[in-house]
Ligand binder design. Sequence first.
Ligand code: PLP
Length: 386
Amino acid sequence: MLETAASKTHHTGTEITSVPYSAIDRFEPTFIESWMKRVDIITRNTQFIGGEWIKKLESRLAQHADTKEARVCANGTDAIQLALRALGVGEGDIVLVPDSTFWATFEAVCNVGARPVTVDICPEDLHLNAALVAEAIDKFSPKAVIMVHLYGWVAKETKQIRQLCQERGVFLIEDSAQAWGATIDGKSIFADALVSTTSFYPGKVLGGAGDGGAVLTNDSALAAKMHLLANHGRQGKYEHHAVGWNSRLDVLQCAYLDLCLDFISQRIASRQYAAEWYRNNIHAKAIQFRGPAANTTENGYISVAFVEPSLRDKLMQGLTEAKIGYGVVYPAPMSTQPGIKGWIAGKLSHGNAARVCETIINLPCFAGMQQNELEYVKHHVERILK
Ligand SMILES: Cc1ncc(COP(=O)(O)O)c(C=O)c1O
């Protein structure tokens, strides 16, 4: 795998003086030309909403994800709301969400009228684990749990959490906005989930030319419900069977994402190479790189490392001076965001999510990253932390 990836990562032969945190303009040689052809055809046809491009993309997404069904929608936040609504989660229901995630996970629960409870993460794999979910189920009697697969990794105890939720009669939604292409025990993360959601935000591993998202499941009735809700509850043109909203994905987005799927395995390999290269090649005592759990593979969405808070400031300053982009994903847990007021129904905290937020640092990691960019980052990280 890595040999293939390495062959996609070239020396440019020129001295570099900066590296972006993320770049989405490292297009493959034929990409822009192929995209322009599609834009031309679609513009002349003027079928901008609905039709064959949507069906084609949905069928390819399901095939890649190894699920029976995939339904596209307007964005990854809507995808979570569609899943919650289709499962009947709403007014007054409690939903568990990890304290370490993007705000959209929390927000989606509130937007369907339910109330989130934040649950701490396991300090080893930085995700929910079965013990924490069990503790929170006992304490808060939720109707649903949203498990988030963060950083392009997969929660180590995914299988145990799936089983636990099934045994306890709690719906499990898997927010895989960051996990397109990640696997567990050699299988797609989507394959055995009750229902998963994803995002096609441009910076994601499968990123669009704008906003987009999808829901994925093996349950055809559930897929049909989510599809109905995403299109005004419509069955005929003016026949409405539910109060939904407009969360359609347009044809141009579908055609762009369909083209990206042609290149997705090499893009993932390139990202995986970068994330792995840092782990194996940056040697500084003060920085500890972390990687996916042993039974899983990452998609290389984000590189994860930890540095003590006092040194993290020094590192961030040094990186800025060396014109190297970096991320802090995320700087604060959900349960401390100002926007939780009036929404949060409780929290289960052992301080792990907060500790991660204080120490995490993310180095540049994107598809098409060059070998000399990786080496430039290594050189400066080791110099700054020496
Ligand atoms: C974990 C997670 N959930 C949900 C979302 C929301 O996706 P979108 O921005 O497409 O609405 C994101 C996007 O950043 C995310 O990272």
